[in-house]
Design a protein around this ligand. Structure first.
Ligand code: F6R
Length: 251
């Protein structure tokens, strides 16, 4: 394990969750140590957003140093409804520009949810199953405890579907839409909680005090749809890579 991992300031309820507490600037390398184990040809579930950026940077550097990533298969967690895949604000564009292209993964090995019908959602679920399931799923956590776009109220049985985004989520993401809340799509298609939990391994990355309350109740609190990340307590292999700000007491 690269970097210096510090003693975790909290002990998760679930014995199948391990917490790697590290300095903010070590998150990418520490998470990459875990994620790189699915290379050269595993099925990797990818999150977008800011939390995993350092992880992707670390993977790209490892590719430059010889890690073989071209045969990985990628499945994204979610996508806004109403944004074309060519729109630079779409998650399809993020996955292409930030992950797939720098890792040399061709388009036919990359899947991002698209469309808005139940048939589209079912097709996405099917494509994951046909790939043999996700070997390792990367997730971030929303300030309200969402994973993917499973907002509070999403239960453990949910599968890929279209959801309404919470206003707090749209506000948090408005920075990618010129700060204009009215431009942030109201709906998204997301893998469900059950879809995420069907991955063989899960790595959650989190940094900063804004995530502390959600992360703490996900790891220490009751398993409840009020905090969908708490369902990770039921998974058999979860690694949380987080900085001390994200792991400290609520503030
Ligand atoms: C992104 C996703 C979301 C984000 C979460 C945290 O694909 O599914 O759950 O992981 O909103 O976002 P950041 O990392 O930008 O704080």
């Amino acid at each position: 394990m690269s970097g210096t991992t510090l003693d975790a300031p909290l002990v998760p309820v679930s014995p199948t969750t391990r917490v790697l507490a590290c300095a903010t600037d070590e998150i990418g390398e520490v998470a990459a140590d875990v994620v790189a184990t699915v290379a050269p040809d595993g099925v990797l579930g990818v999150a977008t957003g800011s939390s995993p950026l350092a992880l992707y940077t670390a993977l790209i550097r490892r590719r430059d140093e010889g890690l073989s990533t071209e045969r990985l298969r990628l499945f994204a967690l979610d996508e806004y409804v109403g944004l074309d895949a060519d729109d630079p604000r779409s998650y399809a564009a993020y996955v292409r520009a930030v992950i797939a292209e720098p890792l040399g993964i061709p388009n036919d090995r990359v899947r991002v949810p698209s469309g808005s019908s139940p048939a589209d959602a079912e097709a996405y679920e099917r494509s994951i199953v046909e790939a043999g399931g996700v070997d390792l799923q990367i997730v971030g956590i929303g300030r309200n405890g969402h994973i993917g776009f499973n907002e509070p109220g999403s239960d453990a049985e949910t599968r890929t579907r279209v959801v309404e985004l919470d206003e707090s989520t749209r506000r948090a993401n408005a920075e990618h839409f010129d700060g204009d809340l009215s431009l942030v799509p109201a709906r998204a298609m997301t893998q469900g909680v059950a879809t995420i939990l069907s991955a063989r391994r899960i790595v959650l990355v989190a940094s900063g005090a804004a995530k502390a309350a959600a992360l703490r109740s996900a790891l220490l609190g009751p398993v409840t749809a009020d905090n969908p990340a708490s369902f990770l307590q039921r998974h058999r292999d979860v690694t949380v890579v987080a900085d001390l700000d994200a792991l400290r007491e609520d503030r």
